[in-house]
Design a protein around this ligand. Structure first.
Ligand SMILES: [Zn+2]
Length: 268
């Protein structure tokens, strides 16, 4: 047995987009063909080093845009599972797209972390390029800058960074310049929260590139890195695939489809 601490890891499914055009999902996809859409998740990790919230979800006023619906406020769900958002000390941000950093102020006492590559991207010349700016929101970036000046935001600078024993960040870039994936040790061994390095399992299984990216080669390399880090699809948690909701059990019947236990083996 390894001495690596074991963590509970829950996915909070806070939103969905039931259908979306294949053309805006995959490079070369048919714009007229609608395919199964995306689920939206935040995560909570509990272990001996404390409780970590991973990403904050989209802001409620964006619900409805593009067929995306906010189903629950992630912070409300946290309260229902015994995690008071006001008591959360650390929020780990995987990247700064609108559906990941929209609710920074739901954690008024937290310290936030992000990779420096992402912060440089969203506050510099990258934002002169419409395709790179697409999924960011000015008010989120503004808030991140404010948090920096409030001494509540710090940066990862390395390719691989230990967050706590049994939790580590890997920089893969690709989809976003500072895209991070998180490797977490659970009761079934290490799992990988791929966040938006892998939106849909098809990206990894068929190397079918997602349509929104900063660097295509890095994104495809990211698929390979995530697959290798996870050691297989069973331990790889895609950031937006509704199959995660299909495969992973709820922590209790009243949280069916809302709070998923990623420490459990998936039913594929
Ligand atoms: Zn996303």
């Amino acid at each position: 047995m390894s001495d690596t601490p074991i963590h509970e890891v829950y996915a909070i499914r806070y939103g969905e987009q039931k259908l979306r055009p294949e053309g805006s999902t995959f490079i070369g996809g048919d714009p007229a063909k609608m395919i199964r859409g995306l689920d939206f998740f935040t995560y909570v990790i509990k272990g001996p080093s404390g409780t970590f919230v991973v990403d904050t979800g989209m802001k409620a006023d964006l619900s409805g845009e593009g067929g995306r619906e906010l189903l629950v406020e992630p912070a409300d769900v946290l309260s229902r599972i015994g995690v008071d958002p006001k008591s959360v000390e650390t929020v780990l941000l995987t990247h700064a797209h609108f559906d990941h950093v929209g609710n920074l102020d739901h954690y008024p006492n937290a310290h936030f972390t992000i990779h420096e590559e992402e912060m440089m991207s969203i506050t510099g010349p990258d934002m002169n390029y419409a395709p790179f700016k697409l999924a960011y929101h000015k008010r989120d970036t503004t808030r991140l800058v404010e948090l920096l000046y409030e001494e509540r935001l710090s940066f990862y600078t390395e390719k691989v960074t230990p967050v706590a024993p049994g939790i580590e960040f890997h920089l893969v870039g690709g989809h976003a310049r500072g895209q991070l994936v998180l490797r977490v040790h659970t009761r079934r061994g290490w799992i990988v929260l791929a966040s938006d390095a892998v939106h849909l399992y098809e990206e990894v299984e068929d190397e079918r590139p997602f349509a929104i990216f900063y660097d295509l080669k890095d994104m495809i390399d990211g698929y390979r890195i995530c697959h290798d880090l996870a050691g297989g699809i069973d331990r790889l948690i895609s950031g937006h695939d509704p199959k995660v909701t299909d495969w992973y059990p709820a922590i209790a019947p009243e949280f069916e489809g809302v709070v998923l236990d990623l420490g459990a083996a998936p039913k594929r």
